[in-house]
Design a protein. Structure first.
Length: 262
């Protein structure tokens, strides 16, 4: 399992960097595909709540297209459209006692997955070039990989036996420190923030990434499934691989915007 995870990372990270570097339609289409696959996994896990998948898929695409064409404001417009199509499609089903619960799952799933990936588009800001998006990607990969490896070999104390039994305190701390270190090292070659600001970014990512992982674990345990999917060997599904990034990308965008003001 560890070797498989490492091989997928070795192949996947360079591919992701190439797509981010290329940008434009290639990045947009890649993120739409990842979003739809991840959302499919989410709706499959929560199928007992009967979400309207088409409404969620359409709304997710609206959010990503909005982020691509209109930055944060465009993504917000996409979220409003998501709300509208969610209500419309559920209203067509007809009024029944479960309607509010079903609408909530439809809207939340689409918002959760698409907003996380949409912020990767926002991170590829002309002010930072491709560097910020790549730093976030590398930091998240470090958080996941170091935490898993250290936990696998040296972990003895579980973080949450019920929610995430394989995650250990030792692995989590190692991932935390590794994330900050990677961001600081990357920041040495980048000139658009000070070392202190890069430390803050690293600290925020070191917190956000495992929280994203923990959040998805809550969803899986509540849905009584081991993995969100099986599409990625050694990892599981799209959400299993990108859960940390969904939180980290959002956190990175707002902390950098707060510090640099771009």
């Amino acid at each position: 399992m560890l070797i498989t995870r490492a091989l997928i990372g070795i192949l996947g990270v360079p591919l992701a960097i190439i797509v981010i570097y290329t940008g434009g339609i290639a990045l947009l289409v890649s993120l739409i595909l990842l979003t739809l696959l991840g959302l499919h996994e989410f709706y499959r896990m929560t199928r007992k709540y009967k979400p309207v998948r088409l409404a969620g898929y359409l709304g997710a695409v609206f959010i990503l297209l909005g982020a691509y064409t209109g930055q944060l404001e465009g993504a917000l417009r996409g979220a409003v459209l998501l709300f509208g199509v969610t209500f419309l499609f559920h209203a067509i089903r007809g009024l029944r006692p479960e309607m509010v619960e079903e609408m909530a799952v439809t809207f939340f799933g689409s918002f959760y997955v698409s907003v996380g990936f949409a912020h990767l588009l926002l991170l590829r800001n002309p002010a930072y070039g491709i560097s910020l998006a790549i730093v976030v990607l590398l930091a998240t990969w470090t958080s996941d990989t170091v935490a898993y490896a250290v936990g696998h070999f040296y972990g003895q104390h579980q973080v949450s036996p019920v929610v995430s039994p394989k995650k250990t305190v030792e692995g989590t701390l190692a991932g935390f420190l590794g994330t900050i270190l990677v961001v600081l090292v990357a920041g040495k070659s980048l000139g658009w923030m000070t070392s202190g600001q890069f430390f803050v970014l690293g600290l925020v990512l070191a917190i956000a990434a495992p929280l994203g992982d923990l959040f998805e674990s809550y969803v899986k345990r509540a849905s009584q499934v081991k993995d969100a999917g099986t599409i990625i060997p050694g990892h599981g599904g799209i959400l299993d691989r990108f859960d940390s990034l969904l939180f980290a990308a959002v956190a990175a965008y707002y902390i950098v915007t707060a510090m640099v003001g771009r």
